[in-house]
Design a protein around this ligand. Structure first.
Ligand code: FES
Length: 426
């Protein structure tokens, strides 16, 4: 259920120190499987790190119970409160978590700053993670001693402006009252949940009871790529996020490359929720090919020539050329669009320095898939040098339609896959 930021650092640490990482599964109700957690947290467990509110599912995890479980085997518990700190009143003493972290920008504060809470006795045991000015007690030529908490962990010149900004944000939220914010979100969540359920073809990924979740709604719409939906909603002034939300393992579990996510905060009111629901209802009522075609382009004003290109792009998407596998390919490479999780894998058969055969496979939006289909038609017979010369502009010319900045990476995924394959061959 974790954001990459609460997974990748542990992966790196595990590699460095030879640790084993175990994962508490997410069940069909989009909750952590507590029974499995009980079996998995054993006397060998040193650390349990868990998100308090999932940035994809909105699910709120029972930190207090997990801390109890961790403590019963002598492990420490870290709560990732990046979402929850903005949405819920938090009492670290009541939760009895050993550490709790959150970032400034999710609670109306500045970027590049966050908070680490830790129990004093544990922080005292930890070594500084950075050395230099500000974190010392005494320095001699050969040896130094460390300052008391919290300075021990605050080496160098701190981000002063950010700290002042974060304090202002926290004071502001406290003046609204975190309990009030939570209650307000609960009403909003109920309203959104009920209405989302009525939209045909919409699949929600997250608990459907408003008491177990925050106002974060991830969903898919049958037959509509999340980025197309995002683009079409954007044109109606509705800002959602589309992609894997920095939680690829979680999306993989549900066999998804990407999902659409609408997040609400205290500055949203019920009319925002209604506007989203109305826009989604309108979207699902439109013919799927029509959606794909209008999600494809940056603006609806196309020249006659661009209209023809658009038809061509749609045709390549619906009837891709050279799609398949070459099991014995001389060169092969897979690229993933880091923002959405979409893939393009390319296979090249090389004979006497020329591309003799090409196949590709992939999953993704119309732009990325049409782009590789179009490119694959160009490659047969080219020398490796000629293939290397293919430019970004060439790909954009092949597509021939205006591509919005958000979709440039989609358009160029094919070229990245090709370039990677050719590099492997060097
Ligand atoms: Fe994933 Fe286009 S949305 S490549």
């Amino acid at each position: 259920m974790e954001h990459h930021s609460n997974l990748v650092p542990w992966q790196v640490l595990a590699q460095e120190k030879g640790l084993a990482i175990k994962f508490i599964p997410v069940n069909e109700q989009f909750r952590l499987d507590f029974t499995k957690a009980k079996e998995m947290i054993t006397s060998k467990t040193k650390l349990v790190s868990v998100v308090q509110m999932s940035n994809v599912l909105g699910a709120v995890n029972p930190i207090k119970e997990l801390a109890e479980l961790a403590h019963s085997v002598g492990a420490v518990l870290i709560a990732d409160a990046a979402q929850s700190a903005a949405h819920l009143p938090i009492n670290v003493k009541d939760l009895d978590c050993d550490f709790l972290v959150f970032s400034g920008h999710k609670l109306c504060g500045p970027t590049g700053i966050g908070v680490l809470y830790g129990k004093k006795n544990l922080l005292e045991q930890l070594d500084p993670y950075q050395y230099g000015g500000g974190m010392i007690k005494e320095v001699a030529l050969e040896k130094s001693s460390w300052a008391d908490l919290p300075e021990k962990f605050e080496a160098g010149t701190p981000p002063i402006a950010e700290a002042v900004g974060l304090a202002a944000a926290i004071n502001y939220l406290q003046s609204l009252g975190m309990v009030n914010i939570e209650q307000y979100h609960r009403q909003l969540t109920q309203r959104v949940l009920e209405k989302l359920k009525s939209i045909p073809g919409l699949k929600l990924f997250g608990p459907d009871a408003s008491g177990q979740r925050g106002p974060i709604f991830s969903f898919t719409l049958e037959g509509i790529h999340p980025h197309d939906a995002g683009e079409l909603l954007d044109r109606q002034n509705i800002a959602v996020r589309a992609g894997h939300h920095c939680a690829q393992p979680l999306l993989n579990k549900f066999n998804l490359n990407g999902a659409i996510r609408a997040s609400f905060y205290f500055y949203n009111d019920p009319s925002d929720a209604d506007q989203l629901i109305q826009a989604l209802s309108n979207l699902v009522a439109v013919d799927r090919p029509e959606i794909t075609s209008s999600g494809l382009i940056a603006s609806s004003e196309l020249t006659e020539e661009q209209e023809i290109y658009k038809e061509n792009v749609l045709d390549h998407y619906q009837h891709p050329h050279n799609k398949g596998y070459l099991p014995a390919a001389t060169l092969a490479n897979k690229e993933v669009n880091q923002f959405c999780g979409d893939t393009v894998e390319i296979f090249l058969q090389i004979e006497e320095g020329r591309i003799d055969d090409i196949k590709w496979n992939g999953q993704g939006c119309v732009i990325s898939q049409a782009s590789i289909s179009l490119l694959s038609d160009q490659l047969g017979g080219l020398s490796l040098e000629e293939a290397e010369q293919i430019s970004e502009q060439k790909i954009l010319d092949l597509l021939g339609i205006p591509i919005s900045p958000a979709r440039i990476k989609c358009a160029l995924l094919s070229l990245r896959a090709l370039q990677g394959a050719l590099k492997i061959g060097q």
